[in-house]
Ligand binder design. Structure first.
Ligand code: ITT
Length: 195
């Protein structure tokens, strides 16, 4: 479908997941070459949107303008019900520092809280220059673990237990996460719309 597709992210964890999700859900013909955005050009996109969809569009359009190539972006976050949906849109920025610090922030907020329902949300934006811009959203429900476990994935994966499982995303096989995640569900909808 695309001879070259840019994954418009600075997050290597997302890039790795996309390469697997695209092949798993859309097949090898979807993109001849899947490129990590920082390999193409280095610049930062300010995430000023009020929704995941707005931020995803800002990222995909900026990279499409910069590269002239089809660009796929993701804006995502973890919404914890007992925290009124936080960290949500600010999941990457709630604490400046290492991923481990964000997990520690979340667990400190959840200390003594028994209601641990949460969901991962993702908005994906595919921008094909001079043709179209497409946005889809996907979700994955689960619970926040009492302590971090596992080393797969990135971000809040060590403390998120998806529904139907007893292990965190960081403990479960990567292929399983890439089948049921918010990102995978949003990508499935995108493939459906493209068809
Ligand atoms: P780009 O904007 O460059 O794509 P980013 O990491 O800043 O990278 P976001 O602004 O969309 O991306 O922030 C999403 C944050 O939400 C991310 O940094 C993680 O902390 C968290 N997150 C999103 N999806 C996740 C996943 O599948 N597993 C774990 N954490 C996730």
């Amino acid at each position: 479908m695309f001879s070259k597709l840019v994954i418009a992210t600075g997050n290597e964890g997302k890039y790795k997941e996309f390469t697997e999700i695209i092949k798993h859900i859309a097949g090898g013909d979807f993109a001849g070459e899947i490129v990590f955005a920082p390999d193409t050009a280095k610049f930062a996109v300010e995430e000023t949107g009020k929704t995941y969809a707005e931020n995803a569009m800002l990222k995909a359009k900026a990279w499409a303008e910069k590269t002239g190539l089809p660009c796929l972006s993701d804006d995502s976050g973890l919404e914890v019900m007992a925290l009124g949906g936080a960290p949500g849109l600010f999941s990457a920025r709630i604490v400046y520092g290492r991923e481990i610090d964000k997990v520690a922030w979340l667990l400190s907020k959840m200390k003594g809280v028994s209601y641990r329902r949460a969901r991962f949300s993702a908005a994906l934006c595919l921008c094909v220059p001079c043709e179209y811009t497409l946005i889809t959203e996907g979700y994955c429900m689960g619970n926040i673990a009492d302590f971090p476990a596992g080393s797969n994935g990135f971000g809040y994966d060590p403390v998120f237990i998806p529904d139907g499982h007893e292990l965190t995303f960081a403990e479960l096989p990567t292929s399983l996460k890439n089948d049921i995640s918010h990102r995978a569900n949003a990508f499935r909808k995108m493939v459906y719309l493209l068809k």
